[in-house]
Design a binder for this molecule. Structure first.
Ligand code: 5GP
Length: 202
């Protein structure tokens, strides 16, 4: 059976990767991996849909057991990708999208270099500042910390296959969808089966 492809959508906090991924799962036949986190649920977030919410002890146990494809500590909380679920979906031919931070993406890349790595950029630092401020969940100090962190994070962009600037959400979604469709149009082993059928038909 044809294996699914792994798409890693990553970028600085506030670049809008979450909004892009929510639209992707509605518009394409791809599955979003549900991460594990130690942060508290926000109002409206559902266990097993938005995240698996766990304690630090439970998270550290998963690390020790080798259950995570990657994990990172992001602004004081652990976040990680349950490994087996992702591998099972890929083995069953499903495309999987990981929406994760940059540390996590670089970790996945070591283990799964055949993934497609997409970096989501904000259109400017001024716009990023506005978005983080609008979210209302960060103190002024924390906003400055995130902006400083962004400058470090963008220096890893050459580790990625694609980048998409998210100025307009609809346009960014069109571009990420185009990347996914293009990756499915690559000349690959699978296409030889189809060509073999052509020969048999003639
Ligand atoms: P939030 O708390 O706003 O949901 O997410 C904070 C950050 O953690 C975001 O940048 C998000 O992409 C990232 N994140 C979410 N899940 C994972 C994960 O499983 N692994 C890593 N490395 N980062 C994650």
């Amino acid at each position: 059976m044809k294996k699914g492809q792994l798409f890693i959508v990553s970028g600085p906090s506030g670049a809008g990767k979450g909004s892009i991924c929510q639209k992707l799962v509605k518009e394409l036949d791809v599955e979003l991996s549900v991460s594990m986190t130690t942060r508290a649920p926000r109002p409206g977030e559902i266990e097993g849909v938005d995240y698996y919410f766990v304690t630090r002890d439970e998270f550290e146990e998963s690390i020790e057991k080798g259950d995570l494809l990657e994990f990172a500590e992001v602004y004081g909380n652990y976040y990680g990708t349950p490994k087996q679920k992702v591998l099972d979906k890929l083995a069953n031919g499903k495309d999987v999208v990981l929406e994760i931070d940059i540390q996590g993406a670089l970790e996945v890349r070591n283990e799964y270099p055949q993934g497609i790595y997409i970096f989501i950029l904000p259109p400017s630092m001024t716009e990023l500042r506005k978005r983080i401020t609008r979210r209302g969940s960060d103190s002024p100090d924390s906003i400055e910390l995130r902006l400083g962190e962004t400058l470090t994070e963008v220096s890893y962009i050459d580790q990625y296959n694609y980048c998409v600037v998210n100025g307009d959400l609809e346009e960014a979604v069109i571009r990420v969808k185009a990347i996914i469709l293009a990756e499915h149009s690559r000349v690959s082993e699978q296409i030889y089966g189809l060509i073999k059928n052509y020969k048999e038909e003639v």
